[in-house]
Design a protein around this ligand. Sequence first.
Ligand code: SF4
Length: 357
Amino acid sequence: MSATRRDFLKQFMAFGALLLVPGSTVGGMGRSRAAANADSWRPGYALLEEKGVLADRVEQAYALFENCELCPRRCGVNRRKGETGICRATEQLMVYSRQPHFGEELPLVGNRGSGTIFFSNCNLRCVFCQNWPIAHEGRGREVSDEQLADMMIDLQNMGCHNINLVTPTHVMPNILNATRIALEKGLRLPLCYNTGGYERTECIRMLDGIVDIYLPDLKFMDPEEAERYAGAADDYPEKAKAAIIEMHRQVGDAVVEPRGTATRGLMVRHLVMPNRVAGTQDFVRWVAENLSADTYVNIMSQYRVEHRAFEYPEIARAITPEEFVEAIGWAKDTGIENLDRRSLSQYEAMKRRMTAS
Ligand code: SF4
């Protein structure tokens, strides 16, 4: 999880419950500007509704709650009856906060922010989780699918460029239902599926034509590292890679509008960790060989020792400038051209500092 999310968490801790009140606003964005923003965009889910298939997708997704196989954990619990699996979520949706967010990638932020909705609980449960109070402890409050739809509309009315769904995997059915409700109320923004990457390809296929922007992490490339740090998910690399290939098949490389915001496409994140445990060199090679050299890649430097990371000596420190410069250097060597601009700026600054010292 990036430091931008960490900043985001701090903001939300401060703003608290106000942000969860549908109809409340942050900022002062006028409805007229939001309407103008929405008018020019035709999201995939609107087209699917016109074809009469969106309702079927919602129904199919909700059926997955009964013997939950929404993610590779395949717990088999009946969440409709209140049972819980590894993610600790029932069918009842929980949201921690929603707000225009300016710390995400620049093509998502634009000049009016990314409309971020932060879901409680998580199916991955990393030992170094940067948002552990929300992801592990499940902080947040219960909201109905109708209320989630209202949050989407509020974010649109604030002028946000997209609906950024953070940690969506375990609540995908609620999201689809809420999107359909929000569409009726005038939602016209692209959906951004901001996932830790531990996905079933079958479930990602259910999002085909609904999600316009995919923003997955690819955290680990080695099953043993994933088993150790990502909630014993030793199949994480295999599942995440397969899911990302499916995402890329659906939406292709990121499309950035002349004004600088993304309306469609894949953007991949990777957090550099101490002592190369994230497998960054393998990550950039895999992207170059399996996606495209034009893939938007954000190699992030913001690792912090959080949650239980202090129990693992090899990751109980921040990364060094040398480790980050090495990581970006590997990406450049593979020919990846569409690297995140903020990461590149950090890289240049770190390199200058290392040369000067
Ligand atoms: S979404 Fe939750 S309950 Fe369902 S399979 Fe994944 S971890 Fe288990």
